[in-house]
Every structure is written in C-alpha cells, then in structure tokens.
Ligand binder design. Sequence first.
Ligand code: PLP
Length: 405
Amino acid sequence: MTTHPERSSAELIEVEDAKLAHNYHPLPVVVAEAEGAWVRDVEGRRYLDMLAGYSALNFGHRNPVLIEAAHRQLDRLTLTSRAFHNDRLAGFAEQLADLTGLDMTLPMNTGAEAVESGIKLARKWAYEVKGVAQDQANIVVAEGNFHGRTTTIVSFSDDPVARTNFGPFTPGFRSVPYDDLAAMEAAIDENTAAVLIEPIQGEAGVLIPSDGYLAGVRELTRRHNVLFIADEIQSGLGRTGTTLAVEHEGVQPDLLLLGKALGGGIVPVSAVVGRREVVRVLGPGQHGSTFGGNPLAAAVGSAVVGLLETGEFQQRAKDLGAVLTERLGALVGRGVLGYRSRGLWAGVDIDPEIGTGREVSKLLMAEGVLVKDTHGSTIRLAPPLSISEEDLRTAIDSLERVLSR
Ligand SMILES: *Cc1c(COP(=O)(O)O)cnc(C)c1O
C-alpha cells in the first residue's frame, strides 16, 4: 500500500477513470479544500462554488457552527444503532417538529431513503387507515420528477438515462404533467394513497409551478383523502427564501421529505417528517436503517435546524436572491434565453448559439466559478446561502463575460 500525497489533478482524474464506476461526468476539477463559498483544487487554484453540493451545502463548506457541533459529538458518541436510545435523537425530532409544524420524524440517511420511506408510509397508511384493498394502492407523481436512484424511484422517473436497462420496475405509480391540477385530479381514484411532488422541480431545471398549484394540490388531496408528500430534499431548508418551499403558498403537506442540507455538508442525514396519524402506522421491525438517527447525524441535524431557527439564512436567500434575479434579468437576450429563480436558486437557459450547458460550465470553471449543467442547455445556480453579495456578483460577472465572448 502506497500513498500518493503529491499527485496532480490530471493524474487523479486518470486513476478515477480507471478505478471508479463512470456513473458521473464531473468537471475536470479536483477539489482538495474548502471554506464558505470557496473551494481550492489540488494545484491551489480557487473557485467559487455556485452548486453547493446540489444544496447539501446551504450553510457553506465547513460552516464553523456545524463543524463545532460535529467535533463535539465525535468526542462523545457516534453510533448506537436504534437497538438502543441515544441522547441526541429526541431533541432533533423535537426541533424538526417545531421547525415544520408537523408531529413525528422517521430518521434516515440519504434522500432516496427518505423518498422510499415516504412511499412505504403512504402505502401502509392507505391499507390500514384509508382502507384501500390489498396491493391496490397507487401514488400519483409528476412528469420530469427527480426523487433519487433506487429501483422503485426510477420506476416512476421519465428520464430514459435513469431508467434504461434497470427494469423490471415497481408498479403502483401514475405520472401526470407537472403544474397541472386537472390532470392530477383525473389520475386520483379511490385507491390513491398519495401525491408525491417536488414543490419546485430542481433537476428538471428549477421549474417553478404556477401560483396556486401547491395550494391546489393541498386542497384536492384533502378533498380525496389522499396524502400530500412534498419532496423538499433540494428545495427545503432555506434555499428559496423560506424554511420550506411550500411556505410560499402557506401549505402544509402530510409528509415532508428532507435531506441534503440537513446533514450540513458533513454527513448524510435525511428525514420524513409527518403527521402523527401517518407516521404512527409503523411498528417495530417494519422499517429501519442501521445508521438512521445516529447520534452524529442527529447532532449535526440539530445544529442545522438551530441555524434555520434564527431565520438568518432564509433572509439571506431572499436578499441575495433579489440580486441574482436582477442580474440574470439583465442577461436575457445577451446569451440567456430565459431563467427561473426563487430565493438563491436559479435555472438559466443558455442560448445554444453560445454553447451547451456543459461547455458554458467549462468556460466558467476556467474563470474560477463552478456550476452544473442540466438537460443540455440549462445551468443551475445554487451557491451556499452564506455567500457574500460581492462573491455572488463576481460569479455573475464571470457568467456575463463567458456569455459575451
Ligand atoms: C437529491 C434529491 C433526492 C435524492 O437524494 P440522495 O441523497 O441523492 O439520495 C431526492 N429528491 C430530490 C428532490 C433531490 O433533489
């Protein structure tokens, strides 16, 4: 066994190419250190991180409050399994209930696990509370969705890249156009357990539904005795200027799926937070996770909720979001075809004359700004909510330069 502390970015990328599954196509930057909104690569070049781990880094890289909470917990207790209680979990669940106005938490690790857990809860609720006939439950989802990568979750994706050759798929899902209440209502029948949607579709390109859509989903799910499951794994925890994206329409779902930023960019932490009537259908042994609710995750998650309780990050997302929107607006017709934004989160459609999203991402990388493309010609902007206004403006200046070449 040898270590290679001095290997260059190019060498490390070559080894990755040979030794790692090719399920990602990263930009050719090898990050070695980070702080706040900035990362540094192996050669010492600095970049502004305008992706923030797909919103897993809402509070910035190595946020000092979160790192301190993790360090303190590392020195005390890291894992018990749920075979025993640990002294961090109760407080975490209490805080999540206070933050969301919901009752009970089912702690998991990754986002996909939270989605799977939400699906299982909804089905069990349908059979045991709603009275749906055995194995007849269906769940209504939206076209263009992204909810994760498990076999069940890709079963109701409509992205051929995510699905091809992964069948057979899990039955029991009905897909309807996003932002279309009439189509949703038409798909609901007496066997419908839940509607599962993203309040804003992130991977699809930051698609924001029409005003009234989320309130409409809430109204029709209530009227049909169907659960409303909101996947806020990417949209939640401050990103859009409120704690949750559903708050923009004053709506409360029955089950809320959280992940990404809940782990503070330190450990994977996810959760289903829901109404008691739904979450309580689970009994001992019926669902679980070895790492779910571990004390390190709970300590970091508690510290994350602590940051959100101040309202500071939601306010930053609002204020900086106004700057972002104004700057993007000025780029329309100048390399940008259009954009959608809410809070500090934007999908920007690049004029194909300028290049693909990937090409623009590479040009931005050369300027010291990291972004991620999606769906060919769109780039996504989602910097840490802790970014300074000056750094945000610097990043947009770079985009402006790249688009006017
Ligand atoms: C990222 C994401 C997931 C999946 O989370 P993982 O932690 O990658 O499993 C699910 N839903 C949404 C909306 C996401 O953005």
